[in-house]
Write a new protein. Structure first.
Length: 455
């Protein structure tokens, strides 16, 4: 405890770090306040149907990521997810289209161009998502719940003044959130977009925790004991997830001695850290996107068979949903790891710099060795990632409420763990640069650099 207090004092002593932390907290406060600003013309006292609709399922997940703004009919209702979707699309385009591959190799100028295109794509996505949200809002609201902006109008549509103005407001709101995230990244601490997502998730934790406590207390006999057991198991899952995020396999690399002029280079041994979970949260996101397809297809067909399939594959508690979801995560973990880690390029870079893995020939043999190591460590990492993804369904079988179950695994838990570790890593770097003790005894907090979709 004494060391923690001293560390906090050291953080406060560093003026630049103190300003960055306060700036970040200020931006996050603006975001949280905005999530309670209701769309103009909407009566906040008549949102019961919308809040019930977004209490579980896909809409419940979107509501959690937006920090409750979705259910509040807020100006930030669509949150940062449209930008995340655009970022994922840009990553996929970078794998398939040479133009985007070229931009990725152009350094800072290419990154700026990609960010600009991502913003334009975000606006396009919002233009489609905003009308869908407004249409759903109108269907869930009683007629008197929305102020009639148009004289003589008692019904509302996306083409009414209310609809058009709300679409503009929602689009501007999400773009403003994106701007806030960029400000945190530039002038604050941590990755701004990731922190905004994390704050949205954490904001729902007290409500979910209280709801679970009330649910257990209403049970006859042992309800409080079960609640304590749930909390203990949640702490265990979080600790194991941290080990997954930080887990690495180090490969020793020996550099040969080289003498250039009067200086000697090389002759040292270094290590290449290969992450057990190099794909991060991306396999879960890709798998979830595909699992939403049956519901989409069912909406365009009247087939009872297709509708039945859609019901099975949109119920996250069903066996077949979780079985297919688990297998897809394993597949996408290998897929995403393969496209982000290039053993051949790593072997070539080592060879150019006079490095080699002891006992392995440089060149092709080194590439094969690294590829074999990655395959071996990716398998347990992908299996555990699959279990983390389906953990909400598993704990749901034991009576845990759907809102609280989301914190036991899936995208939410990985984001929380990853973002916290990344932010602590940046704070620790500021401390170590100014010769203060780090946040841990070893002074090494490993972040999750693989969650690049939000940065």
């Amino acid at each position: 405890m004494k060391k923690l207090i001293q560390t906090i004092r050291n953080i406060w002593k560093i003026e630049d770090l103190r300003k960055r932390i306060l700036y970040t907290l200020g931006i996050l406060l603006i975001y949280r306040m905005g999530s309670y600003v209701v769309l103009p013309g909407v009566d906040p006292g008549m949102l019961a149907n919308l809040q019930n609709q977004s209490s579980s399922g896909l809409l419940g997940l979107l509501n959690m990521f937006s920090g409750g703004a979705f259910a509040n009919a807020s100006i930030f209702a669509l949150g940062i997810m449209p930008y995340i979707s655009a970022s994922i699309v840009m990553q996929l385009l970078g794998l398939a289209i040479p133009y985007f591959q070229k931009l990725q190799k152009e350094g800072e100028s290419g990154r700026k161009k990609i960010n600009q295109i991502t913003r334009y794509l975000t606006v396009i996505i919002l233009i489609f998502q905003s009308p869908a949200y407004i249409a759903n809002l109108v269907s869930q609201m009683p007629p008197e719940g929305i102020m009639p902006f148009d004289p003589g109008t008692t019904t509302h549509s996306i083409f009414s003044f209310f609809g058009i103005s709300s679409i503009i407001t929602l689009t501007a709101g999400s773009m403003f959130i994106m701007w806030l995230g960029e400000r945190i990244t530039d002038k604050g601490i941590g990755n701004g977009i990731s922190l905004i997502i994390m704050i949205g998730i954490i904001a729902r934790l007290p409500f979910a925790l209280f709801g679970e406590l009330v649910s257990r207390m209403e049970q006859q006999g042992g309800g409080l004991v079960l609640f304590v057991v749930e909390i203990a198991f949640l702490v265990f899952v979080v600790l194991v997830t941290i080990l997954l995020v930080q887990g690495t396999r180090r490969i020793p690399v020996q550099y040969a001695k080289r003498i250039v002029g009067n200086k000697q280079y090389g002759g040292v041994r270094q290590y290449i850290p290969l992450k057990v979970n190099a794909a991060g949260v991306m396999p879960i996101i890709f798998a979830q996107a595909i699992m939403f397809l049956p519901l989409t297809l069912a909406g365009f067909a009247n087939s009872e068979t297709l509708s039945g399939v859609a019901r099975v594959f949109t119920d996250y508690t069903s066996f077949w949903y979780n079985f297919v979801f688990f297998l897809m995560i394993i597949f996408f973990t290998y897929f995403y790891t393969a496209i982000t880690i290039n053993p051949t390029q790593m072997a070539e870079d080592m060879k150019k710099n006079g490095g080699f893995i002891p006992g392995v020939k440089p060149g092709k043999k080194t590439a094969e060795f690294i590829d074999n190591i990655m395959s071996r460590i990716t398998l347990p990492g992908s299996i555990f990632l699959g279990f983390v993804a389906i953990m909400p369904a598993i704990v749901g079988l034991f009576g845990v409420t759907s809102q609280f179950a989301q914190f036991y695994g899936g995208t939410s838990l990985l984001i929380l763990v990853g973002v916290v570790l990344d932010t602590l890593q940046q704070i620790e770097s500021h401390l170590l640069m100014r010769h203060y003790d780090g946040l841990t005894k070893s002074g090494r907090i490993k972040g999750r650099s693989s969650f690049s979709m939000a940065g």
